[in-house]
Design a binder for this molecule. Structure first.
Ligand SMILES: [Zn+2]
Length: 146
């Protein structure tokens, strides 16, 4: 009997607790301001939050309301940046290829040898450039013959 009473008392005490809508803490009802316009008779936020967090709550509401718009803007910005970046990379690669510059030659050497970029001597770059020039020239000549 004693135990039942105790459990009942605990439940009752539990019922006097309320979860604050802002800090999400379970607090005694005394920690909430009375609000007769609400069914439960108390404000949804605890006293501390009501005092301190009003502007924070507004900020949060503003943030939530603008999230969609901000996300859309962010995505558009990211996409524009990405495509611009890609285009730029493509253009600069084409320039490298046209000029047979060191970057491009080294790239090929890295691809077709076991050498790392920093291990490639300038001499090898020059030779490869020469080889590529010969190939290019040959192709041009063949193309002209046709
Ligand atoms: Zn609170």
């Amino acid at each position: 009997m004693h135990l039942v009473t105790r459990v009942h008392w605990e439940n009752n005490r539990e019922a006097q607790m309320k979860i604050c809508s802002m800090c999400k803490q379970s607090l005694p009802l005394d920690e909430f301001y009375r609000d007769s316009s609400r069914a439960c008779g108390r404000r949804p936020a605890c006293k501390a939050c009501s005092k301190a967090g009003l502007s924070k709550a507004k900020q949060k509401a503003y943030y939530q309301a603008n999230r969609e718009a901000r996300n859309a803007y962010g995505k558009a910005y990211y996409q524009a940046n990405k495509t611009q970046g890609k285009g730029h990379a493509k253009r600069s690669l084409k320039r490298s290829v046209d000029r047979l510059d060191d970057t491009y030659i080294k790239q090929i050497l890295v691809k077709f040898t076991t050498l790392k970029r920093f291990q490639i001597p300038q001499e090898l770059v020059e030779l490869k450039r020469l080889e590529l020039s010969i190939k290019r020239k040959t192709k041009e000549m063949l193309d002209e013959e046709r």
